[in-house]
Design a protein around this ligand. Structure first.
Ligand SMILES: Nc1ncnc2c1ncn2[C@@H]1O[C@H](COP(=O)(O)OP(=O)(O)O)[C@@H](O)[C@H]1O
Ligand SMILES: [Mg+2]
Length: 317
């Protein structure tokens, strides 16, 4: 199947600074794609380009085969967009708000009541239909905004930092809602500056840093790839630390070593090691066979957050 979103060498410059610098990635139909990066990385800029609100300086992108620069109206029919700010809507009820945006999308008046009712049920706001928008909680506003992005039944949803500012409960509810939309077959592109916020529901992620894509692809594959990299902590008796290090240095897969005194005369050797479980046990065996007095041997597993830090370290200018 051709990708539903295809981005090739997309660049946006402000003066001589590139907010987005020749990024390329593609997204399969039906994916939930997490676009992850710290503040200022270029997420909103990319999203505004994909939603036709901003023209790229160079490069191209298509959504469902349509060019974002040459066919903006086609793109707007396909894409539902939720910006990173909500706006102020005084004197408008929840119902009027959705009715208004349905009218903006030329939904006939006869169909609007049914549509608004269905959307309110979907985002669990039916009981607040006559409340003023400004009186809603942040989480409810966010869900209303999502309903608004859905009025024209778009194939693709583009959500800019939908989880930011939500309390933990609202975050869980919002995630469940996105998973439901994913099950309905929508492709979802959402950005976040917190990997852990979206990792659970995303099928694919792309990590952006300083206008560059650091990595992208299937989230399981990225995790697996990084799990082949182990952090071992080996504690040895104090006077054997040099011997232990010289043996470790000869073992294939040992990439980096760092020693730290434990405070009571012994040493921890932190080893960055690439290899499978058998290779780890072999490493321990070699130390023991060489009579290194090993006091403790542990593997510290990398969390997704470590992965993110690792992937983006050294790139910050
Ligand atoms: N209109 C603009 N003029 C100049 N610089 C901008 C403009 N919009 C964004 N930038 C810069 O581009 C970079 C990326 O911004 P943005 O896409 O908003 O990042 P993110 O959404 O990941 O936080 C930032 O350094 C930001 O300051
Ligand atoms: Mg942003």
């Amino acid at each position: 199947m051709p990708p539903i979103i295809d981005v090739e060498n997309l660049t946006k410059r402000y003066g001589d600074r590139a907010a987005v610098d020749s990024i390329s990635f593609s997204i399969e139909p039906g994916s939930i794609f997490g676009f992850i990066g710290p503040n200022g990385a270029g997420k909103t800029t990319t999203i505004r380009i994909l939603t036709t609100l901003l023209r790229p300086t160079s490069g191209w992108a298509t959504v469902d085969g349509h060019s974002i620069t040459d066919e903006p109206y086609a793109i707007r029919r396909i894409v539902g967009y939720m910006p990173d700010f909500f706006g102020v809507y005084t004197d408008m009820t929840v119902w009027e708000y959705l009715d208004f945006f349905s009218a903006c999308y030329n939904i006939p008046a006869s169909q609007r009541p049914g549509l608004v009712k269905d959307l309110l049920a979907l985002v669990d706001l039916s009981h607040r239909r006559n409340d003023f928008v400004d009186a809603l909680s942040r989480g409810m506003k966010q869900r209303l905004c999502l309903a608004r992005a859905l009025v024209h039944d778009p194939k693709v949803l583009v959500l800019d930092e939908p989880a930011s500012g939500l309390d933990p409960r609202a975050r869980v509810e919002f995630r469940a809602l996105l998973a439901e939309l994913g099950n309905m077959g929508k492709t979802i592109f959402l950005s976040s500056h917190i990997l852990a916020d979206v990792a659970e529901i995303c099928t694919e992620i792309g990590i952006i840093e300083n206008g560059h894509i650091v990595t992208h692809g299937n989230i399981e594959a990225i995790k697996r790839h990084l799990q082949e990299e182990h952090h071992l902590c080996i504690r040895v008796l104090g006077d054997s630390v040099e011997q232990a290090k010289s043996i470790l240095a000869t073992i294939q897969g040992v990439q980096q070593m760092e020693t730290k005194a434990t405070g009571d005369g012994d040493w921890n050797i932190l080893v960055q090691f690439s290899g499978d479980k058998a290779a780890i046990s072999h490493l321990l065996k070699q130390l023991v066979l060489a009579d290194v007095p090993v006091l403790a041997f542990a593997e510290e597993s990398a969390s997704l957050e470590d992965v993110f830090m690792k992937l983006t370290e050294g790139i910050v200018s």
